[in-house]
Unconditional design. Sequence first.
Length: 565
Amino acid sequence: MSALPLNRLWSRAVLARLMACGVRDVVLCHGGRSAAFAMEASNTEGLRTILRIDERAGGFFALGLVRASGRPVAVVTTSGSAVANTLPALAEAWTGGGAVVLVSCDRPDTARAEGAPQTLAHLPLTASVVAAQHEFPEPAAEPAAFAELVAGLDRVLQVAIDRNQPVHLNLPLNGDISSVQPEDQAALLNLLPEGLDRALTARQPVGDGPDEIDAWVHEHGAGPGQRGVIAVGSHPEISAEALAELAKATGYPLIVDAGSGLRGELGGCLTLCDIAVFHPAVAGQGPEVVLHAGKPMTSPFLERWLKRPGARRLALDHVRARGLSHDAPQPPLSAEALRRLKYLLGHGDSAWAEQFAAIDQASNARAEGCVEAIGWNEASLVYHALHREGFDRVFFASSLAVRMGNLWVGAGQQVKVDVNRGLNGIDGTLSTFLGTLTANGERGLLVVGDQAFLHDLPALEQLEEPPPGVILLMDNSGPGLLDLVVWNTSPEIRAALHRPTIMDVESVARAFGLQYASASDMAALSEALEQAPDGGLSIIHAKLADTGFEQAVSTLARGLLGFGA
């Protein structure tokens, strides 16, 4: 009868249940306490292990894998501050969706009680940003202990796959210095309970039904002939097919953020509404009914227009409320509820909808000429990059990059779009991008500002097989978005708070073994994109002015609306 060190056997049981719920990738962050688990994971057939040194980067890398693969992904850490470093990624997964399974390998209870190095109370650290947690007992060579282990695992993992939210498993492992024990602490393999490979699948929740829709329509007086829109933000949980059918039945304009990832599937959607809402024909006459899916819209101006007094809002899903409560998130409206909604709303105000769509269509028709008129800046750079073929995915960093992308990703454009908009922060941009590419081997383009790039440099630690992609770095020497919304309010504020980013990007690329090219005008950018290798990772350093963008945006908006310079 064969045997394994007890920590390895304990880890084997955990890994079996992780695979049973769909995990096929494990991101391993080095540490002595997690060594036994890492060894067992590396020897598990059907499981891919990916090594990341930095836990913060590892957490976001795991989130990227989740988003691109649609499966839960485990990230494994050692104890102490390593767990704290995963909090930004867990917070993004908590608010934006993503079944990241944190497995923190902890010291035994006695060592924690004695204040051993690298010990913290792990569960309180993550409590506000995970949907479920479990503190496991120390490994014990007893059948009852293994049964308790499996029961706790199944409870927490079921929450992860049901809610598509992060969870935390805290796994104490024995050993003084590390969890790799001598063979005299071995346990028999027959202690493993039967049925460890039993599949754990998501349970299908049921959303609001027809009765709730009847009540909402009655309360708000919604009905045929009203001005209505369907607004879709990032990370929606309702299908493109359901949205298209709802738009067809009601005649409501379909406003779709690029970050939703659905513009490619919704060829008739409107894409320049960030600008169109300033047109006099619609600026003063907003919607009476707003059907919303996903997170808030990227543009605060569009979001404000959708929230005009008197507008009745109905959530088609409940993604907007993610992260505000530990109650189970409500699922999207049921199919029956959607059918009832279409029937009760009837067809909206056709004249208003057609006028709105015509403004968007005209703005799109003017786009190329308007971009050429404003010269070399962030808006024109992103426009031209998105019109280059050869990328399967495009990832927009938060702040200015995602706003420029939201202008230029076209309706029906066949490219997958990814964003981290759960918290709208710049955390983990490079790591999440690399995770999405690693999931399926696709070639991707990341559009990122200099501060978001600098914030996540540990992500560039080379993988064994770097995914194919291009990092397009918009270097305007600081937070470009703040030039539009903060610095422009007062010269004194900019002088006091603006700090140029100081970074030798070419040396960074060389240090991580990446190909580098720079661009200071559109011709150089086109050449750099053309010469970027199909395999491996490269950086294109777009050097931009740190002033003048506010005026360029104003000129662009007026041009798109047909008002001239």
